[in-house]
Design a protein around this ligand. Sequence first.
Ligand SMILES: Nc1ncnc2c1ncn2[C@@H]1O[C@H](COP(=O)(O)OP(=O)(O)OP(=O)(O)O)[C@@H](O)[C@H]1O
Ligand SMILES: [Mg+2]
Length: 466
Amino acid sequence: MQTPYIITISSEKGGVGKTTLATNLAIYLKALHEDLPVTLFSFDNHFSVDQMFRIGKGKPKGDVSGLFRGVLPEELAETGQYGVQFIASSEHLHLLRREIDDPAALAANLAGSRVGGIIIIDTRPDLDIFTQNALFAADRVIVPVKDAPSLENCRHIYDFFDSNGLSRRPLRVLPCLVDARIHFDGPFRDPYQLLKAYAINRGYRCMEGFIAKSPKVESLNTNPEGKIYPVLTHGRHTDVHVQLAHVARQVYLDTLEQDHRRLDEIRLGQSREEEVRQQAFAERRAAQSPGCLVCGRQLVQEKQIEAAGYFAQTSDQRVSGFIEEECFTGLVFRHFYGAKRQIEPGDTLCDLFRESALRSYFVLRRAPHTRNFYQQQLSFYRFDDEGLEVSHKTVELQEYERKLLSRERSSLYPLLERTLFDNDGKLVDAFLLIRKVSVDFPEEILFDEQYARFSAILAKVTGQLP
Ligand SMILES: Nc1ncnc2c1ncn2[C@@H]1O[C@H](COP(=O)(O)OP(=O)(O)OP(=O)(O)O)[C@@H](O)[C@H]1O
Ligand SMILES: [Mg+2]
């Protein structure tokens, strides 16, 4: 199926004819080419789209808010009057406003869709995040203007395109609600000529023609049936009928002439991003020490990382790798919690520790101010999920170094040797940050998002350590 061509109707000014244009354009396009799939939805909460297109009184499958929750348009759209597909409007879209801050969210969703043909998006008289999403995805943006102030407002839409690095090519101004009875003396004979001159002066490109103000058209949404009637069926004798047909023809020709679709660009960007992500993951995975950083048992296998309980990385990124669950728990209890006996898995204390470890980051580092001391001290910190210090404890390290014969039994020594000791067995300036990983899928921590989170905590911890 061909990638859809997306038309967004937008203006910050209210009542300039956006919804009238969006809904009628859908019908005129369908009339031009019966087999062309046309899908329409609105981010406004006026339900004009629903009133005009809904057949029967059934409950809709979903509404436009689904588009921001990962539901594809084909799962939300229903077939409406005149063969137009539409997605129900939402009364509660504004509740989503705080959750969405990415103007590319809608485009990302539509890029995964199999809806072809033309998609028309009607927007609110506001440059809110939903309108921004509709602008971001568009192949063509039609900005209805009815007077000089509404034309001035176009600037914000142009600014949105500029500040997001988008080409201005899709943008077109269309004079609407033009009162044909008004005539001026001088070079601009009527409001249409005047608006067009204003637009061109400001560097805004216009659609051909305009939409006139017509009492008949205005009356189409006021009737005892509570319906909204299309110009095509109920206003055929008006100038607006001819004008809308002209706009529809222009749009249709554009879809034929322009092979390159905005969503193709988005898809290309997505696959490039995916490639970069995969590459970064592969590099990170290859950089891991193969064995458990405490006992040395091989954990990083070719296909998967096995039996890892924790991920650890030095703050200077010299070393990173995994630690077995029991190795880390044993080490913490023996060296920092002063347990005299071996802590067995299944011990209540052990379970408690593991449970709290899910919400913790651990740090091992040389105790501050012991840099030049012969007798080195090691500090063990626990930070919470947000990277704020919860507790810390300092132990003498010399003891373990001196008892060389008990090295085999001391799990701390091999860990330090692999991570924080320099060639002379002295602790380096860097620290070791340790985080619990998912038992089933330890390498998840090396994925972009999780790894970025780990790195952010590392930076935050760096800022806090004395
Ligand atoms: N060509 C026209 N002639 C006369 N009246 C029109 C015409 N087009 C739209 N109207 C009327 O103007 C009013 C505003 O139109 P419409 O709802 O399409 O504007 P809008 O820009 O979508 O408004 P909002 O910003 O509130 O969403 C409506 O009452 C509509 O019937
Ligand atoms: Mg509207």
